[in-house]
Ligand binder design. Structure first.
Ligand SMILES: [Fe+2]
Length: 396
């Protein structure tokens, strides 16, 4: 039987024309019990549509790990590794991660206290809140009324030493039901997006690239970004913008000398555009919070110089300038009509192409709203592939 796909349930806010190749529901198949042939079809669908949803399935941690690993058989450890740095209290990721003892690559995330769960006697979970990460916050009165924000737009990736996972799987075991919330951008645009409680928001990296005017496409295809060493420790004292799309430049980052030991050879430099392994299309994939410097190659011979940005190339080391540039490029793609906010139901299993989109936690739960999810992604066995020589010729 061939794979049976249905459209994802888009909210009325979404511009359907921008979601034609983004997101599908896989009918009838169980993500943990795929035959070899079915797995190949799922892989193809994933790279074609970037996010796949399986509904009403009960998936064990072993099955979840196996499916995640199938996309990169040589990968083994959790996407952020199991090293001491990421688990230190200094990292902003510390409170969000609890490991399933039997399958340590699978993390338990969520909200409230969960008992006797897959070998964990008691796990205290906390849904991340923008109030501890953004520079400004929604007033408690507005929060009371259901106003919230995107927490942090990101790619699942350690961004130091380890390579960004190819896919992430998210499995919703316990999903508290509650009134919808309004995600407010608070950036002067008046943008806001009605969202289901505790949604995960997704945007397409391909759309992010396609929306760009030609001079920014040219810049993107010629550039690489350098991430900070131990970025989640580095950024911990700093504060994010109100859209969750990067950090405000206030000089609050941990000085590089004060970070846990690091070496230049493990610092990550990635292209801004990552090439889809199936379709060859380019997606704009930058984790805005961890960026530090930008390398821009000069225009290739024969390219039009008129109106070009950095026609002779550049190495931009001014943090504020790098951030401003990336924000200008990425902000249009998180506009309300381009966001897919997934409305979680219990036993939803989502598989997403971590190298083809950006996503964000959204919303706020009260401590008694218990939510339990299993998340798995694996540090990849290779680096993302950047634009080809043909791509550079085409877009520069
Ligand atoms: Fe994530």
């Amino acid at each position: 039987m061939a794979i049976e796909l249905a459209s994802l349930p888009l909210p009325p806010t979404a511009d359907a024309s921008k979601f034609q190749t983004f997101g599908r529901e896989v009918k009838a198949w169980h993500p943990g019990k795929l035959t070899a042939e079915q797995l190949e079809e799922v892989k193809e669908a994933l790279y074609k549509y970037d996010i796949l949803l399986f509904r009403d399935v009960v998936v064990t941690p072993e099955e979840q790990y196996a499916l995640t690993k199938a996309f990169d058989p040589k990968s083994e450890s959790y996407g952020h590794g199991n090293n001491k740095t990421e688990s230190t209290k200094k990292s902003i990721l510390h409170p969000d991660l609890k490991t399933i003892p039997r399958v340590p690559q699978v993390q338990l995330i969520g909200n409230g206290t969960v008992y006797n769960h897959e070998g964990l006697a008691e796990a205290k979970l906390k849904h991340p809140s923008h109030t501890t990460f953004h520079k400004t916050r929604v007033s408690p009165e507005d929060e009371e009324k259901g106003v919230t924000r995107f927490y942090r737009w990101h790619i699942d990736a350690a961004l130091y030493d380890l390579n960004p996972p190819k896919v992430t799987t998210l499995y919703g075991l316990k999903v508290p039901q509650g009134p919808p919330q309004v995600c407010r951008y608070d950036d002067g645009t008046g943008d806001e997006l009605p969202v289901p409680l505790g949604t995960t928001a997704f945007v397409s990296g391909k759309t992010m690239f396609n929306l760009l005017p030609p001079e920014y496409k040219s810049l993107a295809v010629r550039s690489r970004v350098k991430y900070a060493p131990h970025p989640y420790v580095w950024m911990a004292p700093a504060r994010a913008s109100s859209t969750g799309l990067g950090i405000e430049t206030e000089g609050l980052e941990v000085p590089l000398n004060d970070l846990p030991a690091w070496e230049e050879s493990k610092v990550k430099v990635f292209p801004l555009l990552w090439k889809n392994p199936l379709t060859g299309e380019l997606a704009f994939e930058v984790h805005p919070c961890g960026i530090q410097e930008l390398y821009v190659d000069p225009l290739p011979d024969g390219a039009k110089r008129e109106g070009a940005l950095y026609p002779d190339g550049a190495h931009i080391t001014d943090l504020g300038e790098v951030r401003k540039l990336m924000y200008k490029i990425q902000r249009p793609a998180i506009a309300p009509q381009l966001v897919y906010p997934h409305d979680w139901r219990e036993n939803d299993f989502v598989l997403f192409h971590n190298r083809g989109l950006l996503h964000s936690v959204v919303g706020a739960f009260t401590p008694d709203e218990v939510r339990a999810f299993h998340q798995c992604n694996l540090a990849a066995s290779d680096e993302p592939t950047g634009p080809s020589a043909d791509d550079v010729r085409k877009w520069a």
